[in-house]
Design a protein around this ligand. Structure first.
Ligand code: ATP
Length: 274
């Protein structure tokens, strides 16, 4: 569907092994996904299926990766969109787009003979923020359409659709979204601790030529507060420094330079946005 820049409709090539750290979040997510995998057993016991999972946590901590890994793990078609894509000038357009996104997911699943699809909605707070004061009709219709789609999910016998939403402002969400039968599983994704940072760094240097002096433990120690996305960026920047100097291998000092660069970048972002 051309409306969605990143709605794909295929099974992602990302597994949970490619996500560093986040042990607790991965465990909780897999437990919830086992409901989807064992749908028949769940319905035998009369257990309500899980329709929505909310991932919350700071930017760049791997929420999108987790949603993709969830689709990989459950052999589900993956489609995604960001909350901001549904914000339109005209009332009803956002709701129509939600409808199309779900249709697209079901259609792709049927076409590829898969029994489930995962719809990932990033920045859910944009359409599902608390309703206060002057309400915006457009946002309400969009949110209502999402809830309607979620409520109707079990009526399609052929394809089960699970919605995974991400936000870094869970406190801003409308309580209608968090009710049982909607996003009733909440998984928190945190900034990585030192051990997790080391794991993430190791994942991202796998394909890079490293000099012997590179001390990943040390780099993990010096990157307190970095997100997974920043760590990925750091390994990339280090490689660029080495290439510029025409070195065959990436050395420890290239990583040191890259740490400064990523930290600086953050500082510049902050200074210009405040
Ligand atoms: P945002 O809230 O900004 O959308 P996000 O939480 O969805 O961010 P991702 O888009 O999943 O974050 O992460 C961006 C990139 O950062 C990933 O493609 C990956 O390269 C890297 N990354 C983030 N977290 C991890 C992790 N835990 N392990 C490995 N790589 C990670």
């Amino acid at each position: 569907n051309k409306n969605y820049a990143h709605a794909t409709g295929s099974i992602p090539n990302v597994s949970f092994e490619e996500i560093g750290g986040q042990e607790q979040a991965k465990k909780e997510l897999k437990e919830a996904l086992d409901f989807l995998i064992h749908r028949e057993q769940i319905s035998y016991y009369g257990i309500r299926p899980i329709k929505g999972i909310l991932l919350s946590g700071p930017p760049g901590t791997g929420k999108t990766l987790m949603a993709k890994a969830a689709a990989h793990y459950t052999n589900s078609i993956f489609v995604s969109a960001s909350g901001s894509e549904f914000v339109e000038k005209y009332v009803g357009i956002g709701a129509q787009r939600i409808r199309e996104l779900f249709q697209h997911a079901r259609k792709q699943a049927k076409k590829q003979q898969k029994s489930s699809a995962i719809v990932f909605i990033d920045e859910i707070d944009v359409i599902g923020g608390k309703r206060e004061g002057s309400q915006h009709k457009e946002y309400d219709q969009t949110l209502n359409q999402l809830l309607t789609e979620m409520d109707g999910i079990t009526t399609d016998q052929d394809v089960f659709v699970l919605v995974i939403a991400a936000t870094n402002r869970k406190d801003m969400l409308d309580s209608a979204l968090l009710r049982p039968g909607r996003f009733d599983r909440h998984i928190t994704v945190n900034l990585p601790d030192k051990k997790a940072r080391k794991q993430i760094l190791e994942l991202h240097i796998r394909n890079k030529p490293l000099a012997e002096d590179v001390n990943i433990e040390q780099i993990a120690k010096e990157t307190f507060g970095f997100s997974g996305a920043q760590l990925e960026s750091l390994t990339n920047e280090a490689a660029i420094y080495a290439m510029r100097e025409k070195k065959k291998k990436i050395e420890h000092r290239h990583f040191s330079l890259a740490i400064d660069k990523v930290m600086m970048g953050e500082k510049i972002d902050r200074d210009t946005t405040q």
